[in-house]
Ligand binder design. Structure first.
Ligand SMILES: Cc1cc2nc3c(=O)[nH]c(=O)nc-3n(C[C@H](O)[C@H](O)[C@H](O)COP(=O)(O)O)c2cc1C
Length: 229
């Protein structure tokens, strides 16, 4: 399917049919998700395709038993996992060293990334430093706090979610992104770390022809949102 057709075909579907989604459809969409742009290429995300019937049942309940989850054939939970920075930073340094990467990249991943993601006890000092230097010159003011680190990962995971949903749409199936869930319970089901944030639970299936989509796609006035400044 052409890219713009896939974008237009994607709608949030709340009722699915009983048609199974072939394994390769999900795998292909997961591969597309992994190609999403992400902050510093640190890939601090996780994609949990819930296959166990027991976990799926618990997840539907944690999604407040909403019909987009209840009638879904598949459920994929997209998670921001900021704590993965340590493992991924090591892998990045290993890859750079193996390929004789440039010094600026080695410095970036060897020094700046640990300073930004680690040393969280220095958060107030980082804030003071970034904002103090920012008086005199343009300065990236964030991330200085653990919350900022989570936000960085959440942005990347949200982009991956969209790649995933468009890839499903391009293969003729439907999705619904959900944030209507009990995050504490979802984290417990998936045994996630305390610092992890559940970004979206995405349901997948074939749209029910009558009840799948609630109505025409509604967007407000373009000029409210698009600003050519
Ligand atoms: C972050 C996010 C959370 C959402 N959570 C839910 C949800 O919990 N349940 C639901 O039925 N739809 C959910 N939606 C779907 C939106 O309601 C939907 O995208 C919006 O109404 C626009 O419709 P469309 O996706 O068909 O264009 C969510 C969408 C996003 C992006």
């Amino acid at each position: 399917m052409d890219f713009f057709e896939a974008v237009k075909a994607r709608r949030s579907v709340r009722t699915y049919t009983d048609k199974a989604v072939p394994e390769e459809v999900i795998q292909k969409a997961l591969d597309a998700a992994l190609l999403a742009p992400n902050s510093s290429n640190m890939q601090t995300w996780g994609f949990y395709w819930v296959k166990s019937a027991e976990k799926k049942e618990a997840l539907v309940k944690a999604c407040l038993s909403q019909s987009a989850a209840r009638t879904a054939q598949e459920l994929v939970v997209i998670v921001a996992e900021p704590s993965l920075w340590r493992r991924n930073q090591k892998e990045m340094l290993r890859t750079l060293n193996e390929n004789a990467g440039p010094k600026f990249a080695l410095d970036y991943y060897g020094k700046l990334i640990p300073f930004l993601y680690g040393f969280q006890f220095l958060a107030p000092l980082k804030w003071l430093m970034f904002n103090g230097m920012g008086i005199f010159r343009p300065m990236a003011r964030r991330p200085w706090s653990p919350r900022d680190n989570a936000e960085v990962s959440i942005k990347s995971a949200a982009l991956a979610s969209e790649n995933f949903m468009l890839a499903i749409s391009a293969q003729g199936f439907a999705t619904c992104p959900m944030e209507g869930f009990d995050e504490v319970r979802v984290k417990r089901i998936l045994k996630l770390k305390r610092s992890s944030r559940v970004v979206m639970v995405v349901s997948v299936g074939e749209a029910n022809a009558e009840k799948g989509i609630w109505g025409p796609q509604l967007r407000f006035h373009r000029e409210w949102f698009v600003h050519e400044v």
